[in-house]
Ligand binder design. Sequence first.
Ligand code: FMN
Length: 140
Amino acid sequence: MNVRVAYYSATGNTRKVAEAMARALGCAATGIDEYPAGPADLLFLGAAVYATHDHGLHAAVKAFIAGLDPAGARKVALFSTGFIQSEAIAMMRRLLEARGIEVVPDSFFCLGRFALFNMGHPNAKELESAAEFAKKTASS
Ligand SMILES: Cc1cc2nc3c(=O)[nH]c(=O)nc-3n(C[C@H](O)[C@H](O)[C@H](O)COP(=O)(O)O)c2cc1C
């Protein structure tokens, strides 16, 4: 099975989760700007929300989903980091499903550091949970 990990991360939280997942899966974590063309049986896609984008997804994430070839991403598993909880997963799910791309029911979320809040997050335990989530999802 061809598994890939792609993310958008303005301040590094979601990138850390993406890298923990990619390590567990034995593949690379790629920023959406550098995501190579080509098919994926399962794509792990991660992003967060930003006040600078109407408290929603970054425009680059929306463009990435809009340009995703449904034949190239047979299934998508979503993950996110956030201040308290994140709407990013629900937002990405809606956009992907509107394009006819299957999104697996389970997703992964953990806290992300934001200014002086959530210092130390994502922490080692959260990254371990992210790796477990990735392995479990890829094997089911
Ligand atoms: C500029 C900026 C704006 C943010 N705006 C919001 C927001 O409107 N709502 C929210 O829940 N979190 C907001 N956050 C928190 C981020 O969603 C959270 O820190 C997330 O983990 C960032 O992920 P990243 O480090 O991968 O970019 C904001 C963070 C930054 C840096």
